[in-house]
Design a protein around this ligand. Structure first.
Ligand code: PDD
Length: 291
């Protein structure tokens, strides 16, 4: 079955999809992206993802490639053409194509939009969640604006590879004060000895994850006490539970950080409860875009 991608106005076969060599995303990482979960053929939390996309674009002064309504149509059409039931849709907007030169290109240069969609087995993610995964810690060496979801992900790539080289799933960044910021592609959470859910405030130093935002709501509705505050790597290692969140991982327990086992080494009850409840609270977008 052929796969399709959307590239600058056209649905093309995935195998043939290409952008220009002078796309600023390719040359300068001058672009932003979003990853949205597809579940039962529906987009999860589309509204929040598109809100964040628009914020990222505004922060970098990249024009919107199209209206929300039109983007909604493209996302759905791509999910449909690729027969994705469970998986993800990836969308990327760059500052467009122009002769390589650092300043912004001429006014009116259209931003470039690429969208892909692919199936991911639900069983695969569930398996990780049931077993729990391990993480290593690495110093956070990223720039100051990690609140913008830019495609400039080299430190994240190197951190994730360090995790893979260590035979584990994720890498947790820690800042100069020894506080955990976030994972290389996830937000970081712990549960303290007295059952309080802790995650770093999203004002500075992390991406405001959509899964994170929804999960704060889920926790409140389940009556779980939450503190948005910084926590150190040491506190995390001594926590009752630790877990990560993201559009592709939802809630995935961390059972080991570096050489320290977390809790009793098995996924914790809070993480498990939150994972179970997540999709009762996340927004499922209708099959048709209302814009
Ligand atoms: N990553 N922090 C970072 C650095 C991320 O890259 C992500 C998402 C998150 C979680 O955000 P959300 O809950 O909105 O997915 C936190 C995506 C999935 C990726 O790069 O593939």
């Amino acid at each position: 079955m052929p796969r399709f991608a959307y590239v600058n106005g056209r649905y093309v076969r995935h195998a043939d999809a290409a952008v220009h060599i002078e796309d600023r995303g390719y040359q300068f990482a001058d672009g932003v992206y979003e990853v949205c979960e597809i579940r039962d053929g529906l987009l999860i939390d589309e509204r929040r993802h598109i809100d964040r996309l628009e914020r990222s674009l505004a922060e970098l002064r990249i024009p919107k490639p199209m209206s929300r309504a039109a983007l909604g149509v493209v996302l759905r059409e791509l999910v449909r053409r690729n027969h994705v039931v469970d998986g993800l849709v990836y969308l990327q907007v760059t500052r467009g194509v122009a002769p390589r030169n650092h300043p912004f290109p001429a006014e009116g240069t259209p931003p470039a939009l690429v969208v892909t969609a692919r199936s991911v087995s639900r069983a695969y993610a569930d398996h990780h969640a049931e077993e729990g995964v391990a993480a290593i810690s690495v110093p956070d060496n990223r720039w100051d604006r990690v609140d913008i979801k830019t495609v400039s992900l080299l430190p994240n790539v190197l951190a994730k590879q360090a995790a893979r080289d260590a035979g584990v799933y994720e890498a947790w960044f820690y800042d100069a004060d020894g506080n955990v910021t976030e994972g290389s592609s996830t937000n970081a959470w712990i549960v303290t000895g007295d059952g309080v859910l802790v995650t770093r405030p999203a004002e500075h130093g992390i991406l405001r994850g959509i899964t994170r935002t929804v999960l704060l709501d889920v926790a409140a509705r389940l009556g779980i006490k939450v503190e948005e505050r910084k926590f150190s790597l040491e506190e995390a290692k001594g926590a009752r539970e630790a877990f990560i969140t993201g559009a592709t991982t939802i809630v995935t327990p961390i059972t080991k950080i570096d050489d320290r086992v977390i809790g009793n080494g098995a996924p914790g009850s809070v993480a498990t409860e939150l994972r179970k409840a997540f999709h009762d609270f996340a927004e499922r977008s209708p099959r048709w875009s209302h814009g």
